[in-house]
Design a protein around this ligand. Structure first.
Ligand code: NAD
Ligand code: ZN
Ligand code: ZN
Length: 351
């Protein structure tokens, strides 16, 4: 089969021929119907030297995946062959207290997990291939009626990650509150929809690109702002001077972190999702009182069940552009140069 593989750090991924995976005991092979192209894959190709991340190339990219069960290994009692499934992508040990609660994104026993802090497409072979090996059937969630694999694939990361970030801030998003979304790409446009669907907060969306701001409006944003120097003042003006109760930063650069902190309300949340590697300087008078700052990594399996339900009920929908596996690197080049609106989804030939 064909697979798009990261062969070494600091290099583009390459399309290669691989043996089809075979399921061992407890394992499942999924025929991929959609694999989302995440900006994190660009970071993987360009930003890291050997040893920085706990993974060793080569491995097939693609960590947001959905498809159909193709073959199950001995001992697997479900799901059955042909069933449409979403792949929960963070593969922990399955037995530590976090994993038992479905919080496999924060597994505390990495030595017993298939890979440290990753999963398929992040250290192990992912879904940018015709077939993908999933090491345990518990990682597969049945797709609800009406949700096809292309629509579902981005939900497993581009929606799950912002859903987790928004959900943990729900108590700070009552009626009358304001949330700011910085960066309205694959994750950000779904963040806007998630805030609108699950809270009564007003949403302010910020991006450098006019097309992204258009998508933000279509996604339900109440106010859109072109990124730049006036953002902090505009957010304060829109909130009677108070600032935003919750700021979600899907870029994570020095500039966006500084803007996010400056635009936040006292007792607010500044949640860093983007991996641009920026730093925020914290000092007594430099950030609003009782501002909580956190990074977040992915989401939990129970949260993915909730995300799939939101989508099945029409409350959450990824804007997608399809690419064949042969053109997967074109999708990443377009993501890099800012010409993807929403999410690019790779649809392997033969699916
Ligand atoms: P994307 O490229 O689809 O979207 C990024 C958006 O940010 C684009 O619309 C871009 O125009 C905009 N942008 C760039 N610079 C900006 C600025 N200075 N101000 C405002 N907007 C700006 O990327 P994506 O796939 O949505 O991923 C976003 C980030 O989240 C990436 O860094 C990615 O690695 C990271 N990510 C993190 C997790 C996690 O678990 N923490 C999960 C998935 C992705
Ligand atoms: Zn991702
Ligand atoms: Zn664990």
């Amino acid at each position: 089969m064909k697979a798009l593989r990261l062969r070494k750090w600091r290099s583009d991924a390459e399309l290669v021929e691989l043996e089809e995976p075979q399921p061992g005991p407890g394992q499942v092979v999924v025929r991929i119907g959609g694999a989302g192209a995440c900006h994190s894959d660009l970071h993987l190709m360009h930003d890291f030297d050997a040893g920085v991340l706990p993974w060793v190339p080569p491995f097939t990219l693609g960590h947001e995946n959905a498809g159909w069960v193709h073959a199950v290994g001995p001992g697997v009692t479900g799901p059955a062959a042909g069933e449409p499934v979403a792949v929960y992508g963070a593969w922990g040990c399955g037995t530590c207290v976090r994993c038992r609660a479905g919080i496999e994104n924060y597994c505390e026993n990495p030595a017993d997990s298939p890979v440290t802090g990753g999963g398929g497409g992040l250290g192990l072979d992912g879904g940018m291939a015709e077939f993908m090996l999933v090491p345990d059937a518990r990682h597969l969630l049945p797709l609800p009626e009406g949700l096809d694999p292309v629509a579902a694939a981005p939900l497993t990361d581009a929606a799950l990650t912002p859903y987790h970030a928004v959900r943990r801030s729900w108590p700070k998003l009552p009626p009358g509150s304001t949330a700011v979304v910085i960066g309205v790409g694959g994750l950000g446009h779904l963040a806007v929809q998630i805030i609108k669907a699950t809270t009564a907060a007003r949403v302010v969306a910020v991006d450098t690109r006019a097309e992204a701001l258009e998508l933000a409006e279509q996604s339900g944003a109440d106010l859109v702002l072109r990124a730049g120097d006036g953002v902090t003042e505009a957010v304060r003006a829109a909130t009677s001077g108070r600032g935003a109760d919750v700021v979600l930063d899907f870029v994570g650069s020095d500039a966006t972190l500084a803007q996010g902190a400056a635009a936040a309300r006292r007792m607010g949340d500044l949640t860093v999702v983007g991996v641009a590697g920026g730093k925020l300087s914290v000092a007594f008078f430099a950030v609003p009182y009782e501002l909580s700052v956190q990074t977040v990594y992915w989401g939990t399996r129970p949260e993915l069940v909730e995300v799939l339900d939101l989508a099945a009920r029409g409350l959450l929908r990824a804007a997608t552009t399809k690419f064949s596996l042969d053109h997967a690197m074109d999708a990443y080049r377009r993501l890099q140069d800012g010409s993807i609106i929403g999410r690019a989804v790779i649809v392997p030939t033969g699916s």
